[in-house]
Write a protein that binds this ligand. Structure first.
Ligand SMILES: *[C@@H]1O[C@H](CO)[C@@H](O)[C@H](O)[C@H]1NC(C)=O
Ligand SMILES: *[C@@H]1O[C@H](CO)[C@@H](O)[C@H](O)[C@H]1NC(C)=O
Ligand SMILES: *[C@@H]1O[C@H](CO)[C@@H](O)[C@H](O)[C@H]1NC(C)=O
Length: 616
């Protein structure tokens, strides 16, 4: 085995030198490089410019390398990565950034203590989140969508016993399994009827027409345990469950355990990590949010993420109570609520029983022409909203992407739609071509055989399940969502959480417009999800990118370990330097790892890893 680079450094010194020594050494390397760089620019004046630019780029690369090594070194020096142990049992379901007692101690109140605060609970302790002792590999789809191992999630006793609302029912099947529908099919039918009712209310013949009517993605707030979303998924819609962090019986954890798309998110004081004009439908069935609180700020936030012509569906038993007390035939929603929706230029399409549906205006001038509206228009581009305070203004009306969902082309994005996103059609199809071939390589590698002495080669025949049991993939740096598109095209029954790093070009709108799931994220912070919720993580170019961000690769790899289920896969694609450093780290986490040279003459490598089921 090759010794890691920092061990080699200590060989030079004979023993592990003090940190200051290393820093001094690096600084001298810097100076040397700088000197060489400047002298070469004089000495090579007569040399052809192409050689010179090679030298320059070489020099720049060296400098960048030295800089990122310095950052890593600092981390390694202070974190003692070699001693990575398992966290205590109390952290089995640990989600960083949601420590209520720490938030209270920091003086946060009025609900703010339940929000995401990564700055408060900055991680001091470096440890690996362990799995519960009776953890089992999730069942494969389709059965795994309705039945999960009860040992894999955290539930309290009474959560087991309660039957819950329509979207929040679960049933103990046997001792160690939870089922989300009963044998007589009652609950599933309940969800089907409900979905059908919504379709009729927006004027469709049935819920199979949602897609044609322009509804492709749905944000399901407080999704219960995801049964409505599961039904929409079967209709080829992308429904993402979003709910607050919950200590036990988490809606997000249960939905993800079923293999359904979900993410932790709050309506407290900050914006959701999506650009404006992101969703075709926002759905809330008894989702526990007080929509008329805070002068309608949460409705303004819903308006922000809704596309023009998109729908807000609210199912609330509260309205029924009002009806019985008022004794009128029409069920009604509270007066302030009605006023907010009018000020937002929403049109109440229909109300039936406990369900109300509003449609967002398609007219960007609507707010201007309504003089009585008390909500001003926002000024400036707000595409990079990332947990910013909710603004009391209407956004998106001047955005190039303002276009009614009913006017979209069905199928793949047209060239004019791509132009709205500033993407050349030929770049987009080239990207797609790249991902088609990358996926063929990836999929052929997902077998434990890859770690053997005579590993499979990329592109060889695909391995047989269950080794490549992958229900979801997190693409940590998703660009246009090409990997997602390639997976769909190859008919893999996998959904992708497309993550767009906030420091990169914001391509999330083009991802969402393809009907994919996606979110903005800062990879120097933990991801808002529960441990063991992803089957596969993929990161292309992320490591080189983060090296310039100066955040720690150690933290990143530990976070990847947390969100990956045991026996889950990781594929990192990057330049040889970051790949070698990542390999050193992941072997310390006791992942299986292999560097793969695709042998196409570039300095790109793949690092293929598998998290062990039990750590030896
Ligand atoms: C939450 O914060 C408190 C107070 O700072 C701390 O004692 C506790 O260990 C933290 N919990 C977790 C799970 O990190
Ligand atoms: C949407 O389509 C309708 C009917 O085809 C058309 O009248 C309208 O101008 C279109 N709206 C936009 C914003 O393109
Ligand atoms: C080689 O493959 C890598 C990863 O698939 C890719 O990024 C790179 O562009 C390829 N290089 C060449 C020269 O084809």
């Amino acid at each position: 085995m090759r010794s890691p680079w920092y061990k080699k450094l200590s060989l030079v010194f004979g023993h592990r030198p003090p940190l200051n020594w290393l820093l001094l050494c690096l600084v001298s390397v810097f100076v040397l490089i700088a000197l060489l760089g400047s002298s070469s620019s004089n000495a090579f004046d007569s040399v052809s410019s192409s050689v010179r630019s090679d030298i320059y780029s070489n020099y720049r690369r060296l400098k960048e390398q030295a800089l990122s090594d310095y950052v890593e070194l600092k981390n390694l020096g202070t974190d003692h990565v070699k001693d990575l142990g398992l966290c205590g049992k109390e952290r089995e379901n640990y989600v960083p950034c949601y420590n209520v007692s720490a938030n209270l101690l920091a003086g946060l109140k009025d609900g703010e203590e339940f929000d995401r605060h990564c700055e408060v609970s900055r991680e001091q302790q470096h440890c690996l989140v362990r799995s519960p002792k009776d953890y089992k590999t999730p069942l494969t789809w389709p059965s795994g969508r309705d039945v999960v191992w009860s040992g894999n999630v955290k539930l309290s006793k009474d959560q087991f016993l309660s039957s819950g609302s329509m979207t929040k029912r679960l049933m103990l099947l046997e001792e160690n399994q939870i089922s989300f529908h009963s044998d007589d099919g009652m609950i599933i039918d309940g969800v089907k009827d409900y979905s059908h009712q919504i379709a009729e209310m927006i004027g469709l013949g049935s819920d199979s027409e949602f897609r044609e009517a322009g509804v492709r993605n749905v944000l399901d707030i407080g999704c219960g345990f995801g049964s409505f979303g599961a039904h929409l998924l079967s209709l080829n819609l992308m429904a993402v469950c979003m709910s607050a962090y919950e200590l036990t019986g988490s809606q997000v954890q249960l939905a993800l355990e079923r293999g359904l798309p979900a993410i932790i998110g709050n309506f407290i004081s900050r914006q959701l990590p999506f650009p404006s004009l992101s969703y075709d439908m926002v759905h809330c069935a008894q989702c526990g949010i007080f929509w008329d609180d805070k002068d309608g700020a949460f409705l303004i936030e819903v308006d922000r993420v809704l596309k023009p012509g998109g729908y807000f569906v609210l199912t609330s038993p509260k309205s029924r109570q009002q009806e019985s007390s008022a004794g009128t035939k029409k069920r009604s929603i509270s007066a302030p609520f009605e006023e907010f929706t009018q000020n937002l230029c929403w049109n109440l399409l229909e109300q039936q029983e406990e369900t109300f549906i509003w449609q967002k205006t398609t007219d960007a001038q609507c707010h201007v022409s309504r003089k009585q509206s008390s909500i001003p228009l926002c000024n400036g581009d707000d595409d990079k909203s990332y947990y910013r305070p909710i603004a009391q203004c209407i956004s998106g009306t001047t955005n190039k992407r303002w276009s009614p969902i009913q006017n979209r082309s069905s199928g793949s994005l047209s060239s004019s739609e791509l132009e709205v996103h500033g993407i050349k059609p030929e770049d987009f199809s080239e990207d797609m071509e790249f991902w088609r071939s990358a996926l063929r390589n990836y999929w052929s590698l997902l077998t434990p055989l890859i770690f053997s002495d005579h590993p499979k080669r990329p592109g060889d025949e695909d391995p047989m399940p269950p080794y490549n049991m992958v229900r979801n993939v997190m693409d940590m740096s998703a660009h246009y969502g090409g990997l997602n598109a390639a997976l769909l095209e190859a008919r893999k029954s996998v959904w992708v959480m497309n993550v767009v790093p906030i420091s990169e070009c914001n391509t999330l709108p083009v991802i969402l417009d393809q009907g994919f799931a996606g979110v903005l994220h800062n990879w120097c912070e933990p991801f808002p999800t529960y441990p063991r919720t992803y089957d596969m993580l993929h990161a292309k170019g992320l490591l080189s990118h983060l090296a310039t961000e100066r955040c720690s690769m150690v933290d990143l790899v530990l976070e990847m370990d947390r969100i990956l289920r045991p026996e889950g896969w990781v594929i990192i694609s990057d330049k040889i330097g970051p790949i070698e450093r990542a390999r050193t780290l992941v072997t310390q986490l006791r992942w299986e790892a292999r560097v793969i040279d695709l042998q196409n003459g570039s300095d790109q490598r793949l690092l293929l890893c598998q998290k062990p089921f039990v750590r030896k």
